[in-house]
Design a protein around this ligand. Structure first.
Ligand SMILES: Cc1cc2nc3c(=O)[nH]c(=O)nc-3n(C[C@H](O)[C@H](O)[C@H](O)COP(=O)(O)OP(=O)(O)OC[C@H]3O[C@@H](n4cnc5c(N)ncnc54)[C@H](O)[C@@H]3O)c2cc1C
Length: 288
């Protein structure tokens, strides 16, 4: 199908993008990589009056070292994120999960920020942002604000972004292997390069043979990504053994609200969450 007609603006700065949105009103929409929005336009599930293209704003691209965190521009493509040396050294979980997103063509166009702003419950990167306690930098008519990932994802395809705001960058806290952190993203999908039926992002810090801290978040186990808090609590301070991990992973589905649909019933998703959490934590902790 052919999209409904729209006007197109290509700002060259964040300020220009915010002005363009404000001027166009609530029916305008940001487009960055277009990998999620264009399919919606083509079937007319979205029919914005104006598209504000943020894909060429230099300020919104690239990765910089900010000391205790990395600052990743929202318009940085998946390809550039997963190959960036800073990301590979200090945010290996993000690099690993990004490598599972779609296929190379989509990763060359789709962006980290677009993925977070789209907030698909089956998206891999919102889960990573939640597990790593990322902070999202948002620009609007009254200036900039910072939103923790735990407050950013509100509901199915709904975020804390207002209609006149642009997601500019994401602060990703550094978790280094030198402090004992290990990572793994475990994704269960029906076919290679497709969306997760369930996914698990795990960051685990080992300390003197024990698990010092575990951060675990789940993909597609509810309208938004969700932390596996009971499993995190059950792992804190236990011996880093396969039995302790297996026992803690039994709590992974607690507090989740997965849907039932053609490909998976809710109880099957709960089962997957337990099995995949065990695999993800064992791999992240380097056990077995
Ligand atoms: C066939 C296919 C398979 C896919 N498989 C996966 C997968 O396995 N895992 C996965 O996680 N994703 C997958 N994706 C989605 C892909 O990761 C997209 O790149 C991503 O969801 C959106 O990024 P984008 O830059 O293309 O956003 P766009 O399509 O440009 O925009 C998406 C939405 O976000 C908003 N938006 C975009 N950028 C901003 C911004 N800077 N500020 C405010 N709002 C913004 C737009 O208004 C729109 O509502 C797949 C996509 C396709 C087409």
């Amino acid at each position: 199908m052919i999209p409904a007609s729209f006007d197109y603006v290509r700002p060259s700065s964040v300020d220009e993008a915010v002005s363009a949105l404000t001027e166009a009103g609530e029916d305008a929409k940001v487009i960055t990589g277009g990998q999620s929005l264009l399919p919606l336009l083509r079937v007319r599930l979205a029919a914005p009056s104006v598209l504000v293209d943020c894909g060429r704003i230099e300020q919104m691209r690239g990765v910089s070292d900010e000391g205790s965190s990395l600052l990743i521009g929202a318009a940085t493509t998946h390809h550039d994120v997963m190959h960036d040396p800073l990301v590979r050294s200090h945010a290996a979980l993000l690099a690993a999960a990004t490598a599972t997103v779609a296929d190379p063509q989509i990763r060359h166009r789709g962006t980290f920020g677009g993925s977070l702003a789209h907030a698909d419950p089956a998206g891999d990167l919102p889960t990573v942002a939640l597990a790593l306690d990322c902070v999202l930098v948002v620009a609007g008519p009254s200036g900039r604000r910072e939103v923790p990932a735990a407050e950013f994802f509100v509901d199915y395809f709904t975020t804390a972004l207002e209609w006149d705001e642009v997601l500019v960058a994401v602060r990703v806290p550094k978790l280094g292997a030198d402090e004992g952190w290990g990572f793994h993203y475990e994704k269960f999908h029906r076919t290679a390069q497709s969306w997760a039926m369930v996914g698990v992002a795990a960051a685990v810090r080992r300390s003197n043979g024990s698990i010092g801290e575990a951060r675990i978040a789940l993909t597609n186990m509810g309208p938004t990504p969700v932390r596996a808090s009971s499993t995190e609590a059950a792992l804190a301070g236990v011996a880093a053994s396969a039995d302790a991990v297996a026992s803690a992973a039994q709590h992974a589905a607690e507090g989740t609200s997965p849907t039932s649909e053609l490909h998976a019933q809710a109880d099957y998703r709960e089962h997957l969450a337990r099995v995949l959490t065990k695999r993800a934590v064992l791999a992240a902790a380097g056990i077995g």
